[in-house]
Design a protein around this ligand. Structure first.
Ligand SMILES: C[S@@+](CC[C@H](N)C(=O)[O-])C[C@H]1O[C@@H](n2cnc3c(N)ncnc32)[C@H](O)[C@@H]1O
Length: 269
């Protein structure tokens, strides 16, 4: 069986940072369960492949994709096999109302649009409709059946939930390892990409999260959190161990270009 990889390209995905995370992870076997309350593409989860996990995200469509792949990967694979990389088909699929489809249909639609749309971004307009244009990739892998089966196998020991990080944190018990990867605190007002869903994640939410982090620390959980390196974040986690990693990330405006940017990892161990 292949090693599973994230099945969606997700803004803020951590695949590129995994090698830098490894020295800071708790040793396997040192924790009971793995919790990831800001799941997104789940890069760290698929890398660790823990036996028991609670995975959650506030994005209902996203969690439905995980749940469907866990229960019925073959129906999704069967649909995706027939989907062409063609602009007419793309715009037809984009136009379809997900509410009229069944879970495998909706999941196949999300995976298809994610693979073939411009930049592979998940973005919705104010009406909650997916509005990214066709990507014109030469040969996108629309149906990666081996990976989808590996993903399904890896999800068997997981409890998948839709909900906020506060609700997820209530489930954490002593000896659990919790990895928090929230929408990042923007470095400047012009670099604020936090629009994954209609749910806003501003300074107030960052500070609430820091409060939850302290609570779980008191409870005896093992904790790791990623965020951007800003004074607000360093202040909010003062007293905890703070390490840095270097990420490739778009900064500021177009003219500032793309470069390496320092991000923090907050640890309570
Ligand atoms: C930086 S992304 C996580 C990326 C993920 N680690 C990966 O490797 O792909 C942040 C995620 O937090 C979710 N989110 C935003 N606000 C949330 C909230 N209040 N509670 C839980 N999840 C939230 C978003 O839907 C998004 O998937």
């Amino acid at each position: 069986m292949d090693r599973p990889r994230p099945f969606l390209k997700w803004a803020g995905g951590k695949r590129q940072l995994l090698a830098q995370f490894r020295p800071f992870l708790p040793p396997p076997g040192s924790y009971d369960r793995y919790l990831e309350p800001f799941l997104g593409g789940g890069a760290l989860f698929f890398d660790l492949r823990p036996d028991r996990a609670i995975l959650s995200d506030v994005n209902r469509d996203l969690i439905e994709c995980y749940q469907t792949l866990k229960e019925d990967p073959d129906s999704v694979i069967q649909l995706l096999r027939d989907y062409p990389n063609d602009p007419d088909f793309f715009y037809e699929m984009r136009k379809r109302d997900p509410a009229t489809m069944d879970p495998p249909g909706r999941t196949a639609r999300t995976l298809y649009l994610n693979r073939t749309c411009y930049n592979g971004l998940y973005r919705k307009n104010s009406k909650g409709q997916f509005n990214v244009p066709f990507g014109r990739y030469k040969n996108p892998k629309i149906c990666d059946a081996d990976n989808l089966r590996a993903v399904s196998a890896c999800l068997q020991g997981t409890d998948l939930r839709t909900g906020s990080f506060e609700t997820a944190a209530r489930k954490a018990e002593p000896e659990d390892f919790v990895y928090f990867d929230p929408p990042y605190h923007p470095l400047s007002t012009t670099s604020s990409f936090t629009a994954y869903t209609e749910h806003r994640f501003g300074e107030e939410e960052q500070l609430q999260l820091a409060g939850v982090f302290r609570e779980l620390h008191q409870r005896g959980c093992c904790l790791m959190l990623s965020n951007s390196d800003t004074p607000l974040i360093r202040d909010a986690y003062a007293g905890f161990r703070i390490e840095t990693v270097l990420a490739n990330r778009a900064i500021n405006s177009k003219s500032a270009g793309r470069g390496k940017i320092q991000e923090v990892l907050v640890l309570n161990y």
